[in-house]
Design a binder for this molecule. Structure first.
Ligand SMILES: NC(=O)c1ccc[n+]([C@@H]2O[C@H](COP(=O)([O-])OP(=O)(O)OC[C@H]3O[C@@H](n4cnc5c(N)ncnc54)[C@H](O)[C@@H]3O)[C@@H](O)[C@H]2O)c1
Length: 328
């Protein structure tokens, strides 16, 4: 079996999440981490057993690797992606792709010119429940999709290094950082919107809560997202899809398909077991995202589920949502 050797950049919240996935992937090996904070680097080395470096260049002079997994703060995505591509490495970069369209365009251009591959880790496209919803829509099994409600909210993510998430210039604010998951999924599911109307709230950290209504032909999608709930409020994501011949609800209860003439069907999703036991089902969508990146590098087939062009389009749409919120 081929093994893809991966260097990870950013030993924070997502860096650990991705590190756990590499432990469970049989055809990938985490070979090192780039982290600028000494204590975090040491903690990552202790937890994952890989050497830590302070820059990509330093890592290159000590270890061989094929791909770079970027879990750095969003304002560093462009610079790190381009450096890795120019070093001849394929790149998986966390979402959102970039803070601006100009940055996203540069990332795409360098990927093309360098001949190295770039995928943005839009994990919701791979999340089992959302992937099942896409399958139900595409198959036409329940008829046309009439309406979809997507929800994602939490308290402010307090964990980020140097509190970078609180700085809109570095993170893009809650709408770009968090709600982009649902905008991205809506576009992935339904294509190009005919209309989009957003309103929301703004605070010192940027656009903090959004309500957007999209119209895709006859389908109406409403997406709500925010990160300014009370500090003891939980993170939640959910959806409700109304089709011509059935309704799919996924919220606090299991994924259930309601058809008019039969008992509700509860859909079970496979759990991913971590190496050495232990249920890592909470890693489900992250696991499938990274597995897709590694598998496509190895079989040479294109990234179909998450293309850089579609990731750029999601950034563009969210930037328009933010502009509408701020101008209303
Ligand atoms: N897919 C998802 O569900 C999801 C969830 C959370 C965050 N994210 C995204 O993941 C990315 C990282 O977010 P996070 O929450 O892990 O942030 P974080 O602050 O927890 O981690 C970032 C890490 O990068 C390190 N770092 C910063 N600058 C560096 C540099 N120049 N060189 C080396 N290391 C450096 C920091 O010290 C920190 O350890 C962001 O783009 C965020 O939007 C995605």
């Amino acid at each position: 079996m081929t093994t893809t050797r991966v260097l990870l950049m950013g030993a924070g919240f997502m860096g650990k999440m991705h590190g756990n996935v590499y432990r469970s992937l049989p055809n990938a090996q985490l070979i090192g981490v780039v982290e600028r904070q000494v204590e975090r680097a040491q903690a990552y080395t202790n937890e994952f057993g890989v050497p830590a470096f302070s820059t990509l260049a330093e890592a290159q002079s000590h270890v061989d690797f094929d791909a770079v997994d970027i879990c750095l703060p969003t304002h560093l995505h462009k610079e790190a992606t381009i450096e890795a591509l120019l070093a001849g490495k394929d790149v998986l970069c966390e979402k959102p792709m970039a803070l601006s369209l100009a940055d996203a365009d540069e990332m795409i251009r360098v990927s093309h010119e360098s001949g190295r591959r770039l995928m943005i880790a839009h994990c919701i496209r791979f999340w089992p429940e959302y992937a099942k919803l896409k399958e139900l829509k595409d198959s036409g099994e329940l008829g046309d999709l009439l309406s979809l409600n997507l929800t994602r909210y939490s308290q402010f993510p307090y964990w980020s290094s140097d509190n970078w998430l609180a700085n809109e210039l570095l993170s893009g604010g809650g709408v770009l950082d968090m709600h982009i998951h649902d905008t991205d999924f809506a576009l992935y599911l339904c294509g190009e919107p005919d209309e989009m109307k957003s309103s929301g709230t703004v605070d010192e950290k940027g656009a903090s809560h959004v309500f957007t209504t999209f119209r895709f032909g006859k389908t109406i999608v409403h997406a709500e997202g925010g990160w300014n709930l009370s500090s003891n409020a939980p993170f939640k994501m959910s959806f409700r899809a109304v089709f011509e011949r059935g309704t799919v609800i996924w919220d606090a209860s299991p994924f259930t398909i309601y058809r008019p003439d039969s008992a509700p069907e509860v859909v079970e999703f496979a759990q991913v077991e971590a190496e050495g036991g232990g249920n890592i089902s909470s890693l489900g969508g992250y696991f499938v995202t990274i597995r897709e990146f590694i598998d496509r590098l190895q079989d040479g087939k294109p990234f179909v589920v998450s293309t850089v062009e579609s990731s750029r389009r999601s950034v563009q749409t969210v930037l328009e949502e933010i502009a509408q919120i701020k101008s209303s």
